[in-house]
Design a protein. Sequence first.
Length: 125
Amino acid sequence: MSTQHALLVCKTCGTVYAEGKPQGKSDGQELIEQLQELHSVWELRDEVKLQEVECMSACSRSCAVSFVASGKYTYLFGDLPAKESAQAVLKCAKLYFENPQGYLAWADRPKPLKNSILARIPPIA
Ligand code: FES
C-alpha cells in the first residue's frame, strides 16, 4: 500500500469581512475551485488527496497551501496568487509525491513556490 499524500489548501485565506461576516468568495476558495478542476483530471488524483482546510496560521501570507505525507517533510507555502497558482501547485505536488523524502529543491519548484516557503518540517525520526 502506498503512502497517502495530501495537498491542503486554506479556503479562508483572503476572506474579506464586513460587520463580522465574510463577503463574497475568498481568495482561498478561488484557488481551491481552480485546483479542483485541474485535480479532477490529474494523473495523481488518487494518490494525492486535495483537502480544504480552514486556516493554517499563515493568514497574512495568503494564499496558503501545504504538502503532507507520512515519513516525508511537511511544507507550508504562502503568498500564492489565487488566480495564477493552481497549475504550479499541482506541479509542485507531483515533485513532492515523486521524491522519497518529499524534498522540494528550490531549482525544481515552479515560480510562485520558489520563494514562498513558510515552513519545512522534518518527518518524525
Ligand atoms: S486564513 Fe488562510 S492561513 Fe489563515
